[in-house]
Design a protein around this ligand. Structure first.
Ligand code: DC
Length: 224
C-alpha cells in the first residue's frame, strides 16, 4: 500500500442477527484492522432521540441529531456524551428504533462521512447493510452474510438468555421478520446483496468456520 492507496475495506453486510457483528469484530482482530459497527451508529441515534424526547418520525430533527452526535468507540465500549451505552444500544428497543431512523435518507447522509472516517491504515472491517453498496463501494471484498430467520432468532435467543435476560423466541422471530421487511423495503440503501458481493450462508456454520471462510475470501480477493 502506498500513500495514495486508501486503506483496504472488507465490507460485511447482512440482516439483523446474522452474526455479522460477531464475525466482523473477530475478523478485524485477526487481521489487526480497525472495525466499524455501523448499526451501532443508528442505534445511538435512536437512543439519543429517546433521551431528548424526539419523535422517530421527525426526519429533519433526527438528521440534525445524527449530525451533531457526540459518539465515540473506545476500549470496546460505545460512548454517548461521555457515558458508556453499549449495553443500552444492544437492546431490542434501540434495534427497532434504529431500523426506523435508518429509513430516513437525511439521517443516512448525516452519518456517511462519520462512517468513512473509520477507514484508516492498515485497513477496516465494516459491518452493516450498505457498507458494500453505498459507504465503501470500492471495498476490496464485499460479503453478504445471511442465515434463515429461524436460526437467527435462535442465536439471538441464546445470546439474551446467556446474558441472564428474559427472552421469547416467538417474539424474537416475529421481530426479525418485521425488521427484515422494513430494512428491505425502504427506498434508500435497502438491505440487499449488491451485485459484486459474494454470499455466505452461515445457517449451518460455527463462528470459527465463518471467520476462517472470510479470511480465505480476503486472500482470494487479494484484499490483504
Ligand atoms: O446491525 P444492527 O442490527 O445493529 O442494525 C440496527 C438497525 O440499523 C437495522 O435495523 C438497520 C439499520 N442499519 C442500516 O440501515 N444501515 C447500516 N449500515 C447498519 C444498520
Amino acid at each position: 500500500m502506498n500513500e495514495t492507496t486508501p486503506a483496504p475495506v472488507i465490507a460485511i453486510d447482512g440482516p439483523s442477527a446474522s452474526g455479522k457483528g460477531t464475525v466482523a469484530a473477530l475478523l478485524a482482530k485477526e487481521l489487526g484492522f480497525h472495525y466499524l459497527d455501523s448499526g451501532a451508529l443508528y442505534r445511538v441515534v435512536a437512543l439519543a432521540a429517546a433521551r431528548t424526547g424526539l419523535s422517530l418520525d421527525d426526519e429533519a430533527a433526527l438528521a440534525r441529531l445524527a449530525d451533531g452526535l457526540d459518539v465515540s468507540f473506545r476500549a470496546g465500549e460505545i460512548w454517548l456524551e461521555g457515558e458508556p451505552v453499549s449495553e443500552q444500544v444492544r437492546s431490542e428497543a434501540c434495534g427497532n428504533g434504529a431500523s426506523k431512523v435508518a429509513a430516513f435518507p437525511a439521517v443516512r447522509r448525516a452519518l456517511l462521512e462519520r462512517q468513512r472516517a473509520f477507514r484508516r491504515p492498515p485497513g477496516l472491517v465494516a459491518d452493516g447493510r450498505d457498507m458494500g453498496s453505498t459507504v465503501f463501494p470500492d471495498a476490496a471484498l464485499k460479503v453478504f452474510l445471511t442465515a434463515t430467520p429461524e436460526v437467527r432468532a435462535e442465536r439471538r435467543y441464546k445470546q439474551l438468555i446467556g446474558k441472564g435476560l428474559c427472552a421469547n423466541i416467538g417474539e424474537i422471530l416475529q421481530d426479525i421478520r418485521q425488521r427484515d421487511a422494513r430494512d428491505s423495503a425502504r427506498s434508500v440503501a435497502p438491505l440487499q446483496k449488491c451485485a459484486d458481493a459474494s454470499l455466505l450462508d452461515t445457517t449451518s456454520l460455527t463462528i470459527e468456520q465463518v471467520v476462517a471462510e472470510l479470511i480465505r475470501r480476503c486472500r482470494a480477493a487479494r484484499a490483504l
